[in-house]
Ligand binder design. Structure first.
Ligand SMILES: [Zn+2]
Length: 158
């Protein structure tokens, strides 16, 4: 079932200026998760029209921003491609949403730097692997054992 959302809010989200950058990172970074810094060029392609020109980008197909460096967090994934959404990457300037498409490769793209391990992921990683619980003897096995002992005793004192 589709959840009912405020249509106005939905529209605003869909048509909000959205830029896109594509980067390549070593596959290991996707497997392990990481904090990255990504150099964003001064001209960003419009993700809504893919550069063709639309209302959001003023028909230019791109957004002009001050070249900057943003930090993104790569989740730990088993896929070789994913898209990250960065909201308000340029403070109050458009685009208000930046889609960072990440694809696995051998070498990171120019301007992409590994900063740190993704500690959030490290934490959930730890939660996923708790200490192995001590294997307890199933209840039914205890009863079978008791019945056997009782049967043996009954035979012995016959
Ligand atoms: Zn556009």
């Amino acid at each position: 079932m589709l959840k009912l959302l405020d249509p106005a809010a939905l529209d605003a989200k869909v048509t909000a200026p959205r830029g896109r950058v594509s980067i390549v990172v070593p596959q290991k970074w996707l497997r392990d998760g990481a904090r990255l810094s990504v150099e964003v060029p001064a001209k960003i392609r419009c993700d809504l029209c893919d550069g063709g020109g639309c209302d959001a980008c003023g028909r230019s197909g791109a957004y002009r921003v001050d070249a900057s460096t943003i930090e993104v967090t790569l989740p730990r994934v088993s896929d070789d491609a994913l898209a990250l959404r960065v909201t308000n990457p340029f403070a109050d300037r458009e685009p208000t949403l930046l889609l960072v498409r990440v694809a696995a490769g051998v070498e990171p793209s120019a301007g992409v730097q590994w900063l740190a391990e993704n500690h959030d992921q490290e934490q959930s990683h730890a939660i996923e692997r708790p200490n192995a619980p001590v294997k307890s003897v199933p209840q039914w096995l205890v009863w079978v054992a008791l019945v056997c002992v009782a049967a043996a005793l009954g035979w012995a004192f016959r």
